[in-house]
Design a protein around this ligand. Sequence first.
Ligand code: TRP
Length: 450
Amino acid sequence: MLSDTNNKRAQFSTKIGVIATAVGSAVGLGNIWRFPYEAGSNGGGAFMLCYIFFIFLLGVPLICAEFIVGRSTRSNEIKAFEKLAPGKKWFLNGYIGVLASILILSFYSVVAGWTLEFFIAAVTGRMPSDMSELHDFFSEFISGNWRPLVWTVGFLLLNYLVVSRGVQKGIERLSNCLMPAMTLLLIAFCVNSLFLPGASEGVGFLFSPDFSKIDSHSLLSAMGQAFFSLSIGLGGMLTYASYFPDEVRLGRCATTTAVLDTFVAILAGVIIFPAVFTYGISPQSGPTLVFETLPAIFMNLPGGAIWAALFFFLLFMASITSTISMSEISIAYFEEEKKLCRKKATALTIGIAIVLGAVCALSFGPLSNIRFFGMTVFELFDYVSSNVCLPVGGMVTSVFVGWVIDRKIIDRQLNIRTNSLPWVKLLIFNLRYIAPAAIALIFLNSLGII
Ligand code: TRP
């Protein structure tokens, strides 16, 4: 018999802590760095609409699905699938999650390292205020031989320090107070951007969709971005939910997380694109877009270095609450399945990420010649994890919850005692038919198979 409560496992202590932590995992570089660059590369408005559509059509149901699997089993991802479907092969999905989460952790830490470099540059007054100097400053930095490496490793070590102290203490305290501060700062910058000379062009780019720019690749990217941003598909939300207390209402928590996460992504878009057009940066600059644009905004404000320092510090904090959740996926696995102590499990995860992260960090400079399908190692990890692993993982999870696990477990997790409510029926219908079919269609279509 599965037991819903296992006293030996750590649990989050308060309901607000649960929401703050789920939001802390969701809100991160995905919203502020990845969303604007993906939107910029895929035509702006139409991409954003597709992204929002996927957040609510697929994202919310999939968060619920991961929550159900995680909380009903109170286990790491692989054990969770094993417990719910003993003797079957579903647990293999857990392995994809563990592997892909380490891949994401590696390239994500490179970008998180950039935030640290910018923070220090702002604090020490090294950040130039002239546009072309800013451009040179950034390109020299990312193509360097050692600075990106040092920051990537430094970031991962900081992550180690927080994570090895355990779930409750480390994570909850951090996310509770920082996310609101971050949101307030974003709103202030948003207002500022709306007064820039390129505001109407930027807002137009983001809010007037041109669907001729959407093809199967951009649809896949919008879906991948929705999954990445919500931390779903690899069991990030599943692992967190395994620490949730029983009273937390999963449906409500999933919706709140999705709404807040989308809000932050849109804010980031409204901050970035007016500035992109004001300062003549190409929206299609890719992963470097935001790091070229944001300093330009700050350094043109009175007290620019202070704004820049504050912002990059909070962005670093938002990144660390997300990397904590990524690391937790494999740590829970190493701890519970491989019987390592928490410190060793954390050290192993972070150690692998340091090796892979080092390669990613140098792939803008000394290792930029190593390419697979025309992509650098950084781009490859980014592309494969978001556009292959997350959709595949999401599809398997939706089929699993929709078709395989017992309805009673779902009802119990969603706190339903009597006959199913309409939204639960809709959720199951979605997980059974809509989500798997939509994901498969978009995925195969972009591969050119159908
Ligand atoms: N959602 C985070 C962001 O937007 C990234 C993230 C955290 C993630 N945990 C994850 C992505 C687990 C995939 C899986 O920055």
